[in-house]
Ligand binder design. Structure first.
Ligand code: FAD
Ligand code: SF4
Length: 507
C-alpha cells in the first residue's frame, strides 16, 4: 500500500526521519508550494524565494536518489494548504497514511493531527537534543538557564571537551567577546550565489505573487542546495570565524555582516546540520586556525542557544507565542515597515532587514527589540514582524527569541531580566550614534536620544514588577537619586515622543 511522505519547506534534509521510515519502492514523497504557507504572515520575498528554490532543488535531488516525488508548484493546479494538498495526493495515489517528521510549529502540528488521514509523526532528529531530553533536563528546575543546559550538551556531544572538562578549562569565554566595533572590517561577508535559470523562475513567481510584501527580492544571492550551503560554511570557517568572538556584539553603519556566519537560513531549512557546523568550528580550533573564544562562542550559539530555545518552545506549549506578561499594547510603529526615521540605529537595522532579510543578533535584540520593548509595543505584533522579515524565521526559534528573550512577554522564562538599555549601550557597541540626528549623550530636551527617555519611562512603568529583581536594583536606585523635576521632564518627554509615534509622525 502506497503511503505519502510529507516533506515541508524547512525539512530539506536527506536524513529526515520521515524519509528514513519510508520505502522508496512504494511510497510517494509529497512536497507542495501552497499560498497558506507563503501568507500566514507577510514573509519577506527573499525568504519565500529561498524556501521555494531550495524545495525545488531538493525534490530533484530526491528523484535522482530514486524517490517518486509528487511536487506541486505554486502556479500549478492544487490545494492552497498542506493538508488540502495531502488529501488531493491521497486520492491520486489511493493512499490513506502519511509519514511526517513533526513540524517545527504548533500551527502545522495541529493541522496534521486533525487531518482526515492517518498521520504517523516521526520525531525531528535533526537537532542535538531530543524534545524529551529537554523536558527531562527542565523537570523540577525553578529556573531554566541556558548556560547549564549548554554544559550538559557539551558533555553529551563531546564538543570542545577533554574527557569531563571543557577545553581550555572554562565553559564560556564571553568575557573576551564583547569588544566595541573595530575601525574597519576586513571580511566581505557570505558568498553570494548567482541565481541560475531555475532560481530566476522562482524569483519571477515570487515577484508576481508576493511582490507587495515588505523587503527586496533582488539581488537574490542565497545558497539553495546543500552543496552551496556547505560552501557558505567553509567560507565562514576560513574567513570570519577567527574574528567571530571579538566582534560578536558589535554593530557598524553599512557593515551588515561583520564576522557573523549567515548560516541560520540554511541550517533552519535543513541544508546543513548543527553537528557538522559545530564540528567544522571545532576542527578550526584544533588546527590552530581560530582562537578558543571565537570557537566556543560560536558553538555555544548553536549547541546551546539554538537547542535551548527549541526546547522552551515545545515545553511551554501552544500559547507561548501569544503571551504578554507586561501587558504592552502599542501598535507596531510604521518605521518597522520602512517608514522614515531619524534614529540612525533603527533605520540601519530596518533598512538592511528590508534589503537582505537579515540582521544579526544584537541588532535584533538591542535595537529593534529593545525599542519595541521600551515603547510598550504589543509583543504579538513584534512576534509577527520578526517571523515575517527574517529569512531564518521559523516559529520554534523565532518565538522564544522574540516573545521570551527580547520582549520579556513570557514573564522571565528565558531572560532573568528584560534586555533594555538606554542609548549608551548602543553607542558603546556601535558607531551608529555619530551619524544620528539625535544626541546619545543628551538625556532630555531637543535632540535627546529617544532610547534615553524611553528607558526610564519603561522602568518607571513596570516598577512594581522589576524593582525587586536583584539584577535591576541599581537601575531603580539611579532613578530614585535623580531629582524629581528631572524625572518629571523625562516622563513628559517620553510621553510626547510616544504620542508622536502613535500619530505616525516621523521620529
Ligand atoms: P551567527 O551570529 O553567526 O551565529 C551562529 C548560529 O548560531 C546562527 O546561525 C544560529 O543558528 C545560532 N544562533 C545564534 N543565536 C541564536 C539564538 N538566540 N537562538 C537560536 N539560534 C541562535 N534565529 C533564527 O535562527 N531564527 C529566528 O527567527 C530568529 N529570530 C530572532 C529574533 C530575535 C528578537 C532575536 C533577538 C534573535 C533571533 N534569532 C533568530 C537568533 C539570532 O539573532 C540569529 O540566529 C542570528 O542572528 C542568525 O545569524 P547568523 O547565522 O549570522 O548567526
Ligand atoms: Fe540610536 Fe540614540 Fe544612537 Fe541615534 S543617538 S543611533 S537613536 S542610540
Amino acid at each position: 500500500m502506497t503511503r505519502l511522505v510529507l516533506v515541508l519547506g524547512d525539512q530539506l534534509s536527506e536524513g529526515l526521519s520521515a524519509l528514513k521510515a519510508a520505502d522508496p519502492a512504494h511510497d510517494v514523497v509529497v512536497m507542495a508550494e501552497v499560498m497558506d504557507e507563503g501568507t500566514y504572515v507577510p514573509h519577506h520575498p527573499k525568504k519565500i524565494a529561498l524556501v521555494l528554490a531550495a524545495m525545488r532543488k531538493f525534490a530533484q535531488r530526491l528523484e535522482r536518489h530514486g524517490w517518486r516525488v509528487a511536487y506541486r508548484r505554486l502556479d500549478e493546479d492544487g490545494a492552497e494548504s498542506i493538508v488540502g494538498e495531502l488529501l488531493r495526493r491521497a486520492e491520486e495515489f489511493g493512499a490513506s497514511e502519511v509519514l511526517a517528521t513533526t513540524p517545527g510549529e504548533w500551527r502545522l502540528i495541529h493541522a496534521l493531527k486533525y487531518a482526515p488521514l492517518k498521520v504517523h509523526f516521526h520525531a525531528d532528529d535533526r537537532f542535538l537534543a531530543a524534545r524529551e531530553d529537554f523536558t527531562e533536563w527542565a523537570e523540577g528546575k525553578k529556573q531554566l538557564r541556558m548556560e547549564y543546559f549548554y554544559r550538559l550538551m557539551r558533555k553529551k556531544t563531546g564538543l570542545l571537551m577533554e574527557g569531563d572538562t571543557p577545553v581550555g578549562g572554562k565553559w564560556n569565554y564571553d568575557s573576551e567577546n564583547r569588544k566595541a566595533p573595530p575601525k574597519t572590517i576586513d571580511h566581505k561577508g557570505p558568498p553570494r550565489f548567482e541565481p541560475d535559470a531555475e532560481v530566476e523562475e522562482v524569483l519571477d513567481l515570487v515577484e508576481a505573487r508576493f511582490g507587495t510584501h515588505f523587503g527586496d527580492l533582488r539581488p537574490f544571492w542565497f545558497a539553495t542546495t546543500r552543496e552551496e550551503a556547505q560552501e557558505a560554511l567553509a567560507h565562514f570557517i576560513t574567513h570570519a570565524l577567527p574574528q567571530f568572538g571579538d566582534y560578536q556584539d558589535a554593530m557598524m553603519t553599512d557593515e551588515r555582516w561583520l564576522y557573523h556566519s549567515i548560516l541560520s537560513p540554511y541550517l533552519n531549512i535543513g541544508l546543513l546540520t548543527p553537528l557538522e557546523i559545530c564540528e567544522a568550528a571545532e576542527v578550526a580550533h584544533q588546527d590552530g586556525h581560530a582562537p578558543l573564544n571565537a570557537v566556543e562562542g560560536f558553538i555555544r550559539q548553536i549547541l546551546g542557544w539554538r537547542e535551548y530555545v527549541r526546547g522552551i518552545y515545545f515545553l511551554e506549549g501552544e500559547d507561548y507565542p501569544t503571551r504578554n506578561a507586561l501587558e504592552q499594547t502599542r501598535a507596531l510603529p510604521a518605521l518597522y515597515w520602512g517608514a522614515e526615521t531619524d534614529m540612525h540605529c533603527l533605520s540601519q537595522a530596518v533598512e538592511q532587514t528590508g534589503q537582505e532579510a537579515y540582521a544579526h543578533h544584537i541588532q535584533r535584540l538591542m535595537v529593534t527589540g529593545n525599542f519595541a520593548l521600551l515603547a510598550g509595543v504589543d509583543p504579538a505584533q513584534v512576534h509577527e514582524w520578526y517571523l515575517a522579515v527574517y529569512a531564518d524565521a521559523f516559529e520554534w526559534v523565532e518565538a522564544p527569541n522574540t516573545v521570551g528573550m527580547s520582549q520579556f512577554a513570557d514573564g522571565g522564562i528565558i531572560a532573568s531580566k528584560p534586555y533594555v538599555s538606554s542609548g549608551a549601550y548602543i553607542d558603546r557597541m556601535s558607531n551608529y550614534c555619530g551619524s544620528c540626528a539625535y544626541k546619545v549623550k543628551q538625556k532630555t530636551g531637543e535632540g535627546a536620544c529617544p532610547f534615553n527617555l524611553l528607558y526610564w519611562d519603561f522602568l518607571n512603568r513596570h516598577r512594581a514588577r522589576f524593582e525587586g529583581n536583584p539584577r535591576m536594583g541599581n537601575m531603580y536606585r539611579t532613578w530614585d537619586r535623580m531629582d524629581e523635576e528631572k524625572r518629571d521632564v523625562i516622563l513628559q518627554e517620553a510621553s510626547a515622543f510616544l504620542a508622536k509615534l502613535d500619530a505616525g509622525e516621523r521620529v
